[in-house]
Design a protein around this ligand. Structure first.
Ligand SMILES: [Zn+2]
Length: 213
């Protein structure tokens, strides 16, 4: 019954950001006023250089509502919320795309275990929601736990499991690529992906993150 009510938008839910009751219209995790409060964070600190990355842009800080949205998408497997987040960052990412003029846009692949348990690649869905056409350039070999649970040495090893799909290697020569990811933490993943692209002759790699941890 609750499922039915929620599907037609009548059931009440508790917003995971503000804790208030709301009528779950679409995704059932966060209320409209929390979602609508999301704005690009300004001024963002871009002083940290990321090796192999020419420029990067970040939507917001990984806290409060934005953190709740990202966690609900990833850990509650909410594809609808992923689309919604895409709509929220749309203007901001489109502006950056205008500026960078990439030849192609891509996102990291998930490890298979994560993909199977979630059922979708959340960044692929966020980009669909933002109306940004993207190509899956990367693949993963590993079945390892998420990076957050690993120490530095294990993390470095797991990061190396990101590979380029062979069929794109020749095509990437001279290309300007934009990689879109959810979180900028240590930068080790984006550095690896950018390195892979540069090593096959990409001209420039740029990066867009939804949040900075
Ligand atoms: Zn709320």
């Amino acid at each position: 019954m609750i499922g039915l009510l929620q599907s037609i938008g009548l059931a009440k839910s508790l917003c995971s950001a503000c804790g208030l009751n709301f009528v779950g219209k679409e995704q059932g995790f966060l209320c409209e006023s929390c979602l609508q409060s999301l704005k690009p964070y300004h001024p963002m600190d871009y002083s940290k250089r990321i090796e192999y990355v020419f420029s990067y842009r970040i939507y917001g800080l990984y806290k409060d509502v934005l953190k709740e949205v990202i966690q609900s998408i990833k850990f509650e497997n909410s594809k609808r919320l992923a689309h919604r987040l895409g709509g929220i960052i749309k203007e901001h990412i489109q502006e950056y795309i205008e500026e960078v003029q990439p030849d192609l846009i891509t996102y990291p692949s998930l490890n298979l275990r994560r993909l199977w348990s979630r059922g979708f690649n959340h960044m692929e869905e966020v980009l669909k929601g933002a109306g940004v056409p993207a190509i899956k350039l990367f693949k993963r070999r590993d079945f390892k736990p998420p990076l957050a649970y690993l120490d530095e040495q294990e993390r470095a090893r797991v990061v190396k499991e990101h590979r380029l799909k062979e069929e794109f290697i020749e095509y990437l020569q001279g290309k300007r690529v934009l990689i879109v990811d959810d979180l900028l933490t240590t930068g080790s993943t984006i550095k690896r992906l950018a390195y892979l692209l540069m090593s096959v002759g990409a001209e420039e790699v740029h990066a867009y993150f939804i949040a900075k941890a």
